[in-house]
Design a protein around this ligand. Structure first.
Ligand code: IDP
Ligand code: MG
Length: 152
């Protein structure tokens, strides 16, 4: 069993709809350890670096607007970034996060319980980001956190 770290972001819809505490409750229920937490302004550069692998997708510009709070009336949105650590942390957090499309996410998952398809903006509002594999997790943790901001 590998000890992994994974990055979680409470996206602007989660903060706007006051789902932060409920989301952390689900994350803590995994038994993993929270080793990093901070509020951070999502600059245009940070958003584009974070989602660089999706830059060729048709929804990319909408995604940048969404993660920066543009669909929730927030400019220079601050979001809560978290790092959880433990055995198979990446898969464990993805499992409680649920499927990307909130309408397809299983009941009881974070996205299945709290996510929604916004009927006005047509955006997936899926509450959290969670790293998808060890390569992405390493890149994302390093992008959002300095080493000294994590519990050793
Ligand atoms: P993930 O967040 O479950 O890892 P990714 O495929 O990495 O899913 O996509 C990143 C984010 O981009 C999603 O969480 C969602 O906000 C958005 N997204 C992904 N696919 C679509 C789509 O088909 N339409 C609209 N937004 C999408
Ligand atoms: Mg992803």
């Amino acid at each position: 069993m590998a000890i992994e770290q994974t990055l979680i972001l409470i996206k602007p819809d989660g903060a706007f709809r006051k789902l932060t505490g409920l989301t952390i409750d689900r994350l803590d229920a995994t038994g993993l350890e929270m080793v990093g937490a901070k509020m951070i302004v999502v600059t245009d550069k940070l958003a584009r670096d974070h989602y660089s692998s999706l830059s060729d997708k048709p929804f990319f510009e909408d995604l940048i607007k969404y993660i920066r709070g543009g669909y929730h009336g927030i400019s220079d949105s601050r979001i809560l970034a978290l790092v959880y650590r433990g055995e198979n942390a990446i898969k464990a957090v993805r499992a409680v996060a649920g499927a990307t499309n909130p309408e397809a996410a299983a009941p009881g998952t974070i996205r299945g319980s709290f996510g929604r398809m916004n009927s006005v903006t047509k955006q997936f509002e899926n509450v959290i980001h969670a790293s998808s594999d060890p390569t992405d997790a390493a890149k994302e943790v390093a992008l959002w956190f300095k080493k000294e901001e994590l519990i050793p």
